[in-house]
Ligand binder design. Structure first.
Ligand code: IMP
Ligand code: MG
Length: 174
């Protein structure tokens, strides 16, 4: 299945960086925070990240959410459809929002906007990957694993038509 996939980031590179990120995050986030993983793409990153956070001394609560953004040129914020919502009421909570990749930035920007409307006490954002060339909105995540070139990537939870999520590395289809 993975024959035509070229490796961009190896499993070892990802694990090492996720551990570093967890240490960085744990300097700013404590046990009173709630981690919200945006499914489905971030499920493996989030699972590794929260265990690395535990090893760095931080044990936040965990929740999940699925959103789709309606990003286009005329609507730059606050436009996100919630397909599956958090179990927790986020009002008054400190939130670490985790996603797999920041591409145009619409999804993260709109989800942060939604969280602010829900009156969270604080919000920080972490993404494993970021494609700087693709940004269409003025939004910067607080924590970024890797800046990557403008290629469609799969693996480590990221998919193409719901395939390739199982790959332990990040690859691209040539
Ligand atoms: P954005 O709203 O354009 O930033 O899109 C972010 C979402 O698009 C991510 O959460 C991914 O689900 C998806 N996405 C963007 N680029 C890629 C990619 O290269 N591979 C897989 N999914 C991607
Ligand atoms: Mg996604």
């Amino acid at each position: 299945m993975s024959d035509d996939i070229k490796i961009m980031l190896t499993e070892a590179e990802i694990i090492a960086r996720v551990n570093e990120l967890a240490v960085e995050i744990t300097k700013q986030v404590d046990n009173n925070w709630l981690v919200i993983a945006l499914l489905r793409g971030s499920f493996i990153f989030a699972a590794d990240l929260v265990r690395a956070m535990h090893n760095a001394g931080c044990n936040p609560q965990i929740d999940f959410m699925t959103v789709s953004s309606y990003g286009d040129e005329t609507e730059t914020s606050g436009k996100v459809k919630v397909n599956y919502d958090t179990k927790a009421d986020v009002a008054g909570k400190k939130i670490l929002l985790v996603d797999d990749i920041l591409d145009t930035g619409y999804t993260m920007q709109a989800t942060v906007e939604l969280m602010k409307q829900r009156e969270v006490a604080d919000i920080k954002t972490a993404v494993l990957l970021e494609k700087p060339e693709r940004h269409e909105v003025d939004f910067r995540p607080d924590f970024v694993g890797f800046e990557i070139e403008n290629k469609f990537v799969v693996g480590y939870g990221l998919d193409s038509a719901n395939r390739y999520r199982t790959l332990p590395f990040i690859g691209y289809i040539e």
